[in-house]
Design a protein around this ligand. Structure first.
Ligand SMILES: Nc1nc2c(ncn2[C@@H]2O[C@H](COP(=O)(O)OP(=O)(O)O)[C@@H](O)[C@H]2O)c(=O)[nH]1
Ligand SMILES: [Mg+2]
Ligand SMILES: [Zn+2]
Length: 326
């Protein structure tokens, strides 16, 4: 029995004990709908009202999407006493390279792109690795499709074929005209979906288009005017969809780093390489220098994109130099 296994069991034990304590104290069940540093906004599951809450540092962080037990203070504010075990949590390095939790308990990652700002293919690769690792379903959303004529759309479809060819769903849509929104609503129905993507691709606009007219987007609480005078989302915020399911609007990112990827996780994000690798001469082939490498052959033959192959090598190198336990 290894150390990791033991500590997982211990963690579970502690969580069970805390759950029991929560029961005894009759703590309220809640859902974290926004987080900001040491403060979170908790929706009381019984009443639907929202309350700013603090939490003890010993909880190890509380994040949007967390199911919690909380206690109300006389002033209406509250304290989070306990975080329910998470199904998943997406962690991203911040600008200093330190791990930051983005959202908990999500099962779909909506990788949002648009003709402007221009998409970065290696960022898409990394977002797919991170999504599959949660595990969550990655979906590519191409917003602002209203800006493209048919020729432009064909160009985008060709660009996306690197991912659609390995079975990843891609959807063309426009938050401005509403094109594609019905298909998106079907994809989101009953799921916990997180928007990620470069700042300015239209994530917040899509969220707005998905919600009924008049629903307050909590911009005032979680946004501030940037120097350009635009609203900038500063933290992940959760919204309930009218048809069921929730969406989390995440802050824009300049890049999508992945914290502590395992080599297995990288491989899961490159299904075409995984498949071709079955024909490599050596079972432990790393697809770099080895003779009889079926992956390199597939790249030469044009069956695997040279860009994807390069991206795979880079991510694998990162994963091997940043092991899980590090
Ligand atoms: N033409 C067009 N512009 C859009 C669309 N969606 C968003 N925008 C614009 O793109 C800019 C950035 O949108 P925003 O939702 O703030 O992006 P975010 O940073 O990803 O949340 C805004 O000026 C929007 O009006 C769209 O579907 N078509
Ligand atoms: Mg935004
Ligand atoms: Zn190989």
């Amino acid at each position: 029995m290894n150390k990791r296994h033991l500590s997982d069991r211990q963690k579970r034990h502690i969580q069970q004990r805390r759950a029991q304590e929560a029961e005894n104290l009759a703590l309220r069940p809640g859902l974290v709908v926004a987080h900001h540093g040491k403060q979170v906004l908790v929706e009381d599951l019984a009443s639907g009202t929202r309350h700013p809450c603090v939490f003890r540092q010993t909880l190890g962080g509380v994040v949007t999407g967390d199911r919690v037990r909380w206690q109300m203070q006389p002033d209406g504010k509250g304290t989070v006493e306990f975080v329910e075990p998470r199904r998943s949590v997406l962690i991203r390095p911040d600008t200093l390279g330190k791990p930051r939790m983005m959202a908990a308990n999500i099962d779909q990652v909506l990788i949002t792109l648009s003709p402007v700002p221009e998409p970065n293919p290696s960022m898409i690769d990394r977002a797919i690795v991170a999504a599959l690792d949660l595990p969550a379903r990655p979906i590519l959303l191409v917003n602002k499709i209203d800006l493209m004529d048919e020729e432009g759309r064909e160009f985008i479809r060709a660009f996306l074929s690197e991912w659609t060819n390995i079975g990843i769903t891609a959807l063309e849509l426009s938050a401005s005209t509403g094109e594609g929104l019905d298909v998106l609503k079907d994809l989101l129905d009953g799921h916990e979906s997180l928007f990620v993507g470069l700042s300015g691709v239209g994530k917040s606009s899509i969220v707005r288009a998905l919600l009924p007219e008049g629903v307050q987007i909590a911009v005032s609480e979680i946004s501030e005017h940037s120097l350009e005078g635009r609203h900038t989302t500063r933290t992940s915020t959760l919204y309930h969809l009218p048809g069921g399911g929730d969406v989390v609007d995440a802050p824009g990112v300049r890049d999508f780093g992945v914290w502590a990827m395992s080599p297995e996780a990288v491989l899961r994000g490159f299904a075409e390489i995984q498949e071709a690798a079955q024909a490599c001469r050596f079972a432990n082939c790393t697809h770099r220098m080895e003779p009889g490498c079926a992956v390199k052959q597939a790249v030469v033959d044009g069956r695997i994109s040279a860009r994807r192959y390069q991206s795979y090598l880079e991510l694998m190198e990162q994963a091997l130099s940043k092991p899980w336990e590090g």
